[in-house]
Write a protein that binds this ligand. Structure first.
Ligand code: HEM
Length: 250
């Protein structure tokens, strides 16, 4: 019965794990780009002049909660993408099943832990308590993870394209690895572009709206748009490369 469900149109059986990983991989794409458009729209509404402090606070709460989805999806994409490539024979071919399990589960656990810590960190951010051991450790660990993702995906992608075996066996996947590194860099660029948001928002809420305060706040939100749109484009191209690979090319 189950075997029938997992048959491809050409009749070849599909590895159940491969199918499950592909579904999760695509669901993460949805949780990332799909929900991020909601974040973008909320930010757009938040920039309007003349909103009450309550409305701005409520919109910001919605924005922060929605923004968890792309943040968590980008973290979980790492173990899922690695295991999808491995299970499909498209990457890490020199690695044994036992080694892959030893890599996969700790990364999943780490990413889930960081996702939980993100929610706690948001509470610290909202109350301005960023000088605690927890907040400093979280920021440090997240930065280490981002640097790790950026360097490892970029280096393995370039090495695979240069002909190094056992990393990514397919040029589409090698390019995806490079783009994923660029996506991680774009994420950092967003943090940089958004750096004046909290001070400008605090000023607007605490001291009331004036044209100058609103102008500063508007600029703070718009500062994130160029990297955000760049990231959307990169994620879209990465998804297209995945589909091209799954269908044997363009
Ligand atoms: C923003 C990040 C990513 C997005 C949005 C994304 C999206 C997708 C999509 C939509 C597919 C096509 C699924 C199908 O039609 O069957 C796919 C396939 C795939 N992706 Fe990703 N992907 C991302 C990152 C990665 C990374 C970093 C890797 C590994 C380096 C990776 C490895 C794969 C593999 C191995 C496949 C299957 C290709 C095949 O069967 O030939 N993906 N991806």
């Amino acid at each position: 019965m189950l075997a029938n469900v997992f048959l491809q149109s050409n009749g070849a059986p599909v590895h159940e794990a491969l199918l499950a990983l592909t579904i999760v991989h695509v669901m993460l794409f949805l949780a990332w780009l799909g929900v991020d458009t909601g974040v973008f729209y909320t930010s757009w509404r938040l920039r309007r002049a003349g909103l009450s402090a309550e409305t701005r606070l409520e919109l910001t709460r919605i924005l922060v909660v929605l923004d968890r989805s792309p943040r968590m999806a980008s973290l979980l994409m790492v173990p899922i993408a690695l295991s999808l490539a491995f299970t499909g024979g498209l990457g890490l071919t020199g690695v044994s099943d036992a080694q892959m399990n030893a890599i996969f589960w700790p990364i999943v656990a780490l990413m889930l832990l960081v996702s939980w810590a993100l929610v706690r960190f948001e509470r610290a951010q909202a109350t301005g308590r960023l000088d605690t051991l927890f907040a400093r450790t979280y920021t440090w660990v997240l930065n280490v993870i981002k640097v790790g993702i950026f360097t490892s995906f970029l280096a393995t992608g370039i090495a695979a394209l240069a002909g190094v075996d056992g990393l990514w066996n397919n040029d589409y996947i090698a390019w995806k690895a490079i783009l994923f590194a660029c996506i991680t860099a774009a994420g950092q660029w967003i943090e940089h572009g958004f750096r004046d948001f909290a001070p400008a928002f605090g000023d607007l809420i605490a001291n009331g709206e004036t044209p100058e305060r609103h102008e500063r706040f508007d600029r703070a939100v718009k500062g994130a748009y160029p990297p955000v749109l760049t990231l959307y484009a990169l994620v879209t191209v990465t998804a297209i490369l995945g589909m091209a690979s799954a269908r044997g090319g363009f």
